[in-house]
Structure formats: C-alpha cells, structure tokens
Design a protein around this ligand. Structure first.
Ligand code: ACO
Length: 329
C-alpha cells in the first residue's frame, strides 16, 4: 500500500445556522414523535438555514475559520474544492462564490458532487494536488443545505437532515504528519436509493415536476440502511487490514453522521466501542457532506487530538459513493 507522506490538516473550521428545529417542532408539521425519531435515528434536533443562509455563505464562514486556524491568509489558498449537492446555483460553482466572498484571489475553485462522501473524497482529490507538487495550500469544504431540497410533507425523510458547513486547510507537512490510507469508490447500480429526480437534464423543471414534488429528496430507507451498515463496517476493516494496524491504534473515528443505528450496528460487528467515535448527529442530524468536517472541527477544537494520533474519516452516501481517509496527525 502506497504511503502518502508529508500532508497535514493545518486548520479546521465549521459553521452552523442559528435556527434550531427540535423533534417537538417537527411533531407540529408531520405525523411523527420525538420518541420515533430518537429511537430510529438518534437525532434530537437539527440546524436549519434561514432564507439567505446559502451553501456558499456557510462555506465562507467555515472556510475563514479554517484558514485562520491554519495561520494563513485567504490569498495563500491555491485551490478551493466545495463538496456539495446543494450548490447555490447549478452554475457557477459554489467554490467560485466562496473564493470571491473570502478574497482567495489566487485559488482555482470547483465543486465536487459525491453527496455524503463528498468531503472525504475531496480530501483525497486535494491532497493529490499537494502530492503532485502543484499546490501547497488547499481548502476543502463540505457544505449542504439539505433543508432546501427536503420534502417537509414526507415524514420518512424530513426528520433526518440538517444544514451546515465544515472546512479544512490541507498543507504540505515537514513535521511527520502523513496520510496512511485513502480510498474512494462508487456503485451506480444503487443510484435510485437516494435521489432528487428533477431539476437536471434528465427531468428539467416543469409545472408537472413541481406538482409531483420531484425536486425533493426521495429515499429508499430500508435498503439504504442495510447497505450503509455493511459499507461502513467494510470500509473500517479494509483500512485496518491495508495498513496493518489494529483498532486500538486508531485514536478517533470520524464517521459520516448518518444515523446512530447505522453507526452502532457497524461498530458492533467490529467490536469497536462507541467512545472511539465522534458523534454529533443528535445535535445536527445528517448534514450530508458537512457532517465529517463539522465533527472533525469539534474534535480538533476540544484539543483532544495529539501529534501522532491516527484519525480515520469514513463516509458513504448517494451515488452510491464512499470514501475513507486515515491520517496521522
Ligand atoms: N415518524 C413516525 N413514523 C414514521 C416516520 C416518522 N418520521 N417515518 C416513517 N414512519 C413509519 C413508516 O410509515 C412505517 O409505518 P407503517 O409500518 O405503518 O408502514 C414505520 O414508521 C416503519 O417504517 P420503516 O421505514 O420500516 O422504519 P425503519 O425502522 O426502517 O426506519 C429509517 C426508517 C430511520 C429511515 C431507516 O430505514 C434508516 O435509518 N435508513 C437509512 C436512511 C438514512 O439514514 N438516510 C440518510 C441518507 S443516506 C446517507 O447519508 C448514507
């Protein structure tokens, strides 16, 4: 297995909208209950973007915090990748709006679409540019406003999601930090499990698509559940096997904050204690590509990650897609 050396996460940042929507609030909108939502998902509340709080706005706030934490200026950033499935517009890329908003005048900028795996995939893409020698400072953002494409009449989906953004600055490292393992994968045969059918070239917007609520998330929850448990388990065990380390060698696992039942079931199969895993889905729900970088930022800001610690990020989602990134801090 190739070892990717000399790259570090130099700074992290995150942003969450102020507005908190609790399960009790949702009880007033759809036929659901706090008890059902907590038992099936572990989610107690989520943040929802008010009008005007866009994906680029949240991304920019998270990005400035990450750049500041890295001790850099926006003009030092040479590349911006925004992982999102809820861009401000179909085009231009949200990354270009972020570049303008934060004044990163020297950066190339583009979006990456891999749903909940987007941020972890973007870490691989961004680090490859550093590996190649082309860039030194790359800004990776995971941001989504799923509330804008959530069907607030569909109780099977609207209770699960939330909005937010997280960012990291990747830099060349001279102090031993390194990537130990990374994977990305996809299986398009499962593309119907989680989809927004309309609004693209396959089903352009029309009166009919609006009437049929085709611009909102459609999900086959039971099939996704089974797939996600197995995928998360396999991704972690593959990382351990490929790097010849043990579970005990990993200090923290930062998984996609999909649902506590999925995470717990995967961990149980691997006999990994929940304490090793950063969980914040109770507060924020499933924030898609933002979930891993927000959780990572919260971990970093608690000052619990020490030099040499191994941190494993693992994500999976619509596509189907998945990605893993194991870094030695
Ligand atoms: N409140 C109350 N009842 C509900 C709700 C709700 N919010 N949603 C569905 N129900 C009902 C259903 O209508 C059904 O009722 P019925 O038996 O009368 O038909 C009943 O609850 C059971 O429904 P199931 O879908 O079988 O419930 P399940 O235990 O499978 O849980 C859930 C549903 C939570 C969606 C589960 O399938 C799941 O976690 N799937 C994974 C989906 C997921 O997390 N997607 C996120 C995106 S994927 C990703 O990020 C990788």
């Amino acid at each position: 297995m190739k070892q990717f050396s000399s790259i570090k996460i130099a700074g992290t940042g995150s942003f969450l909208p102020d507005k908190i929507v609790t399960n009790a609030d949702l009880e007033k909108i759809v036929d659901t209950s706090d008890e059902w939502i907590v038992t099936r998902s572990g989610i107690k509340e989520r943040r929802i973007a008010e009008n005007g709080v866009t994906t680029s706005y949240m991304s920019s706030k998270a990005a400035l915090r990450a750049i500041d934490a890295a001790g850099l200026k926006p003009s030092d950033i040479q590349m911006i990748i925004v992982a999102t499935v809820t861009p401000d517009h179909l085009f231009p890329a949200t990354a270009c709006l972020v570049q303008e908003a934060i004044g990163a005048n020297n950066a190339a900028a583009f979006d990456l679409s891999a749903a909940c795996s987007g941020f972890v995939s973007a870490l691989s893409v961004g680090s490859s540019f550093i590996e190649s020698g082309l860039y030194d400072n790359v800004l990776i953002i995971g941001a989504d406003t799923l509330s804008k494409i959530t069907d607030w009449q569909d109780r099977s989906t609207c209770v699960l999601f939330g909005d937010g953004a997280g960012a990291t600055v990747l830099r060349r490292s001279d102090k031993g930090s390194r990537i130990l393992y990374q994977t990305m994968g996809s299986d398009g045969s499962g593309s119907d499990l989680l989809v927004v059918p309309a609004g693209g070239s396959g089903m352009p917007a029309s009166e009919e698509t609006v009437k049929n609520r085709d611009h909102f998330i459609k999900m086959k929850g039971n099939e996704l559940f089974k797939w996600a448990v197995k995928k998360m388990k396999d991704l972690i065990s593959d990382a351990i096997e490929a790097t010849n380390i043990s579970v005990d060698d990993i200090k923290y696992i930062v998984p996609h904050q999909v649902n506590i039942r999925i995470i717990s079931a995967a961990l149980k199969r691997l006999e990994i204690p929940l304490e090793k895993v950063e969980i914040n889905l109770d507060k924020y729900g499933n924030t898609s590509s933002a979930s891993v970088p927000i959780a990572l930022d919260e971990l970093v800001r608690r000052n619990v990650i020490k030099k040499g610690d191994k941190v494993l990020m693992v994500a999976f989602g619509s596509g189907l897609t998945w990605a893993t990134f194991l870094i030695e801090w």
